[in-house]
Design a protein around this ligand. Sequence first.
Ligand code: ADP
Ligand code: ASP
Ligand code: MG
Length: 501
Amino acid sequence: MRPANQPTKARVKNLSRFSLALTIPLRLVMKFGGNAVSSVERIRHVARDIVARYVQNQDGHRPNHVVAVVSAIKGVTDDLIQVCDSIVRGECSRVESLTKSIEDRHRSIASQLCNNESYASELSSIVDMLIKEMNDLLRGMMLLNEVTPRSRDYLLSFGERLMAPMLCYALKDIGIRAEHLTGKDAGIVTDSNYGDARPLMDTTRLRVRHRLIPMLEQEGVVPVVTGFIGSDQHGNITTLGRGGSDYTATIIASCIDADEVMLWTDVDGLMTADPRMVRSAQVLREVSYAEAMEMALFGAKYLHPRALEPVLEKGIPIRIRNVFNPDCQGTTILKSPAAYPSKIVKAVTAIRSVSLIDVRGSSMVGSPGTAGRIFNVLGDSRINIIMISQGPSESSISMVVRRSDLDNAVNALELNLLGRLIKGINVTDDVAIIAVVGSGMRGTKGVAARVFGAVAKQGINVIMIAQGSSELNLAFVVEDKHAEDAVRALHDEFELDRINQ
Ligand code: ADP
Ligand code: ASP
Ligand code: MG
């Protein structure tokens, strides 16, 4: 694995602000989110003020080894998803207008990004080639009026594939050696679960090391890798789920034994609540892997829920940093945080756009395997159940699913179980899951009383409750229109606006 002279994990903990004082290279994976790279100025800023600063190690010591991972420009993946929906509905003019705006945006950035003329023309021809490939694919999809999971992933890949060359050429333009690669080129091999693929880590490790380590160690090149995408064993492009660029960064970090992963985004770090919901939300200096994972699972959208898996075992720290405020230290996610030992709750999160399904039936009472049959039916229809609760009477089971899965879920239950195992299905289609997260909740008495007391004081009705046995979170469901009030009430109750005082 790493040569003996490489930094140890103990040294990494002492990483100074820009690692400028270290004489040996650190291996860093830096991921840039869609908002960080959404204009010519922002891409140049990322290249010059962030990547170059770490690569060059301005004290004149040996440079750091940096792998950059980029997301699509903010909104582009959403637009490509809309393109898919429009293809299915046969809305040709909508497909054209959406793709035209994606093309124009990228062509315009490509034409302004580089001062060096030959780089400018190379970049423009790469962008042209990708746009041609995208249009060829779109023609096929429109001809068939069909979007398969495979063609959808192929289409969604263009957001990141158009972005990676941009950052690469912005780096070249300021004299940094760089090469752009897709996740597939970089060696990320996944299963064929399109839309939510998982890496096959053993193969991926071998391939990523083989591809990236010589670039870092011998060629002195910054690999600029597309986030979000890999390829299955047959070479088809797959995507890793929404927000998957975080996952790409941690997969690569684990493969190359990185010293640190930096997730550069548009907020100062992981916060006590979504800053768009709670104005007084504070940046957390440190959180544990377990807490960050709970927060990600319960809707703090800043992080892909599985992104921590690849780095857990090796204990590689993740830092969340703000590209617009690079001097702020952000949040470090690590095994054993030292900050806030006495805090019971560290964050309040909300999952919006979810629906509640209640299934009931007297034949469910005392009948072993009932829950299993219901979950199998939903699992076979590829519906992810986010939260489950069964009352002690066993005559009903409540489940929360994404609103986009609701129709399929209800259809599957009706077709397979209604009239037999279950007698009725009730749906509340506009709910939100609110969760409080913090390792200090474990074994602490009275947390639930405080949570539900604070919510009741706002006159908000709690529809369903669940707490995992890890006691790292307490989650409950309310009508969506009460979500923001509930989050604010809990933020106040646990005085999270004063967490850093
Ligand atoms: P990126 O494109 O950089 O991956 P995302 O949009 O995926 O960025 O995630 C960052 C956003 O997550 C922030 O702009 C913020 O509004 C939102 N967010 C939600 N909950 C939190 C939280 N608890 N802490 C920080 N950001 C949060
Ligand atoms: N572009 C992808 C998305 O919007 C991946 C990412 O941004 O991390 O989900
Ligand atoms: Mg993200």
